[in-house]
Design a protein around this ligand. Structure first.
Ligand code: SAM
Length: 236
């Protein structure tokens, strides 16, 4: 097993690795920097129709995934590590949480479908609920892929020396400054000449650093007042 392993409890095992099998995360998977195991919850249903859900007690729309079937699937995993249920009502994923989860060795992620899962299995096995944002998806699998992507790029050996996570958005509560590359002078399709900010071609590293920080502060102030207030409060 790799240094970072994820057990996925899902009704759609074929959704994994999905996009995680490509690009940086795909190469890291090939190199066994991380690994995963998809467990099909439906394999643990004993009914003739292999159904995994039932109607909610108390009435209401939709179906609920059964606690007993999810538990059987969970107990088939020898090393469960930290248990997470992808859920819109969970704590929202952020860069600190991604770093914390990347520091774990093993995660087990439960992907819900329908109206969600019977609360009792979450309580019985101390699942932490994690949301990827304030919107509702049709299933937990895309949410799990996003969570895993945010962790995988932080694993040692995934990004190489070219990217420094401590300069990226959300480090120090700031969003990242704008990037530019060649050509230095570019005429867009409306005939407007767009020149790279002169400071970036000056070779003056101290001034470039200062300019980038100012840009980061400006973008954060405009786009994320919540982060900006945190940054100001914590700035020495
Ligand atoms: N009835 C639930 C509610 O209103 O909170 C939504 C259920 S949703 C249709 C089905 C599954 O998708 C959930 O059990 C969860 O696993 C996943 N899901 C949906 N939105 C999510 C989000 N924002 N973050 C993480 N998982 C999400």
């Amino acid at each position: 097993m790799s240094n970072w392993h994820v057990n996925l409890l899902t009704l759609f095992p074929e959704m994994f690795p999905g996009t995680l099998g490509m690009s940086l995360s795909g190469k890291a998977l090939d190199k066994d920097i991380w690994s995963y195991n998809s467990i099909n919850i439906r394999d643990f249903s004993s009914g003739v129709h292999k159904s995994v859900d039932d109607t909610p007690f108390g009435g209401g729309a939709g179906m609920v995934m059964r606690a007993d079937i999810i538990e059987s699937a969970l107990l088939s995993i020898p090393n469960q590590g930290r248990k997470i249920y992808m859920s819109p009502r969970g704590k929202t994923l952020n860069q600190n949480m991604a770093q914390e989860l990347a520091n774990e060795k093993v995660l087990t992620i439960l992907c819900g479908r329908y109206e969600g899962v019977d609360q009792r299995v979450l309580d019985a096995h101390n699942f932490e609920e994690v949301s990827i944002g304030d919107y509702v998806l049709s299933g937990g699998e895309p949410a799990a892929i996003i969570l895993m992507d945010s962790c995988i790029r932080l694993l040692s050996g995934v990004m190489g020396n070219n990217t420094t996570p401590d300069e990226e958005s959300f480090s120090n509560d700031l969003l990242e400054y704008p990037h530019y590359t060649k050509p230095a002078k570019w005429v867009d399709s409306n005939g407007v000449e767009r020149i790279v900010p002169q400071i970036l071609t000056s070779g003056h590293h101290k001034n470039i650093e200062k300019w980038r920080l100012e840009q980061s502060e400006d973008i954060t102030k405009r786009n994320r007042p919540d982060l900006w207030h945190k940054y100001i409060a914590e700035k020495p």
